[in-house]
Each structure stands twice: as structure tokens, then as C-alpha cells.
Design a protein around this ligand. Structure first.
Ligand code: NAP
Length: 243
């Protein structure tokens, strides 16, 4: 039986990844930070697909909480075959109006959180000499959007860590890739004022925002053995925004 852990799986892109992986036959650990009801409804949806699911609360920025989460998962599941590092935050601020706590929180969740989970998952994958880590990055890692200097820096770090970890972990049969979505219709982009959203939409050649399900399908495909020769890559899915 194969198992996947998806961080930030109670909503949005993480939820879509969890559902697609469940459809592909994985049992799923559904991580969330505060929205237990949403996580439980994802668990129910996965169970209705005939797979096992477990909701696990942890702030991925907190190493001890992540370690405890992996211990809990270890009691329920024999292995971890896939990690989707997805839990992330955006807090757009111009440089001169950037509060220290916002900076720290973004760095802690979007970068340190990914390392915490990768470290814990890789340890389990190494024993099996097989595994797949997907880091959810963003097109903001390569396209400059005013107000997103911190967010884009964290996602640029994700692309860089992806390549290096891929090289480090290949010897253990672990592949590491990133997906970099453009604007995807989730709660996250609801934070953007409507007028600004309309402006962003004009920049997308395909003329629409992406769906979380589309990202979930890409993540799922990258985890399949059909993609066994791809590692260290950042795959952009942005409707042409970055062209
Ligand atoms: P979202 O709708 O805001 O959902 C965020 C998810 O992350 C929720 O499940 C939330 O849990 C969880 N989360 C937040 N902080 C956490 C923490 N410290 N520890 C554990 N879980 C935490 O976000 P989204 O749009 O799906 O984005 C998911 C990922 O895709 C992020 O990494 C984001 O940067 C990236 N991305 C998004 C877009 C986009 O346009 N939406 C584009 C490019 C990249 P609770 O429900 O418990 O709060």
C-alpha cells in the first residue's frame, strides 16, 4: 500500500493534490494548521474513494510539531511514499512597509516548513529506497510582481532547494521536483482586491485562472512511475503568464 502526506491539504491546491493522489490509489495523511472541519471533510471525501485517510494537525513552521506529526503518521501508515510540500502563505507588502513578523512568518512556513517535512519524509523514504517529494512553488519565483518580494524569494528558495535535494537524494531512489503554478482559483487569490485580480487575468494568455484540480493532476502525474526519469525540475503551470 502506498501512502502520501500532503501539507496544507484542508483547502485549495493541497486538497486537490490529496484527492488526486487518493484517486491514484494512495492512502493520505491530510495536514492542516487550524481548519479541522475542512480537513475532516477532505478525509471523508478520500474515504468515500475507498482509501484510508488521517487528518494531522501541525504548523509546518514548527519543527517539533512536524516531528510529532510524522510520529502520528508512522503509527497509522507503514511507509511514506510521497510528500507534497504545499502549505504556504502569501502576505503581499511593499519593501518599506514590510513588518518583521510578516517576513519571519513567510520564511518560516514557505521555506523552513518545506525543509522540516522533507527531512522527516526522506528519512522514511531512504529505508525503502524509493520516494517522491513535490514542492509547491509559484510562478512568482520567476515573474516579478510588486509587493511579492518576500513571497517570490521564498518560492525561488523552493526551486533551488528542489534541485539540490534532487541531487542529494537520487542515490536513495528519491525524486524531488517542484511545480510552479500561476494564478489558481483558491482562497489565496481571493485575498487580492477584485480590481487587481482583473488586471492579473489580462496577463494570462489562456484568459482564465487555473483550477486547483489541474495542479493536483500535475502533481499526481509527477509522482507516477511514468515520470521516473524526471528529478530536480520546476514545472511551470501558469496558462502562459510567464511567457
Ligand atoms: P490556501 O487556499 O490559502 O490554503 C492554504 C493551506 O495551507 C490550508 O490548507 C492551510 O490550512 C494550510 N496552511 C497554512 N499555513 C500552514 C502551516 N503553517 N502549517 C500547515 N498548514 C498550513 O492556499 P493555496 O492557494 O491552496 O496555496 C497552496 C500552495 O500553493 C502554497 O504554497 C502557495 O504558495 C502555492 N501557490 C498558490 C497559488 C494560487 O494562485 N493559489 C499560485 C502559486 C502557488 P488551514 O485550512 O488549517 O488554514
Amino acid at each position: 500500500m502506498s501512502t502520501a502526506i500532503v501539507t496544507g491539504a484542508s483547502r485549495g491546491i493541497g486538497k486537490a493534490c490529496a484527492i488526486q493522489l487518493a484517486k491514484a490509489g494512495y492512502d493520505i495523511a491530510v495536514n492542516y494548521v487550524s481548519n479541522e472541519a475542512a480537513a475532516m471533510s477532505v478525509v471523508e471525501e478520500i474515504e468515500s474513494l475507498g482509501r484510508k485517510a488521517l487528518a494531522v494537525q501541525a504548523d509546518t513552521a514548527d519543527l517539533k510539531a512536524v516531528q510529532a506529526m510524522f510520529r502520528t503518521i508512522g503509527k497509522e501508515f507503514d511507509s511514506i511514499d510521497v510528500l507534497v510540500n504545499n502549505a504556504g502563505v502569501v502576505d503581499d507588502k511593499y519593501l518599506l512597509m514590510l513588518p518583521e513578523d510578516s517576513l519571519e512568518r513567510s520564511l518560516d512556513i514557505n521555506i523552513k516548513g518545506y525543509f522540516h517535512c522533507a527531512q522527516n519524509a526522506a528519512l522514511k523514504m531512504m529505508r525503502k529506497r524509493k520516494g517522491c517529494i513535490i514542492n509547491v512553488s509559484s510562478v512568482s519565483s520567476i515573474v516579478a510582481i510588486p509587493g511579492q518580494s518576500v513571497y517570490s524569494a521564498t518560492k525561488g528558495a523552493v526551486n533551488a532547494m528542489t534541485a539540490t535535494l534532487a541531487k542529494e537524494l537520487a542515490q536513495y531512489g528519491i525524486r524531488v521536483n517542484a511545480v510552479a503554478p500561476g494564478f489558481i482559483a483558491t482562497d489565496m487569490i481571493q485575498q487580492i482586491p477584485e480590481e487587481q485580480r482583473e488586471e492579473h487575468l489580462k496577463e494570462v494568455p489562456l484568459g482564465r485562472f487555473g483550477e486547483a484540480e489541474e495542479v493536483g493532476k500535475l502533481v499526481c502525474a509527477l509522482c507516477s512511475d511514468d515520470m521516473a526519469y524526471i528529478t530536480g525540475q520546476t514545472i511551470i503551470m501558469d496558462g502562459g503568464l510567464s511567457l
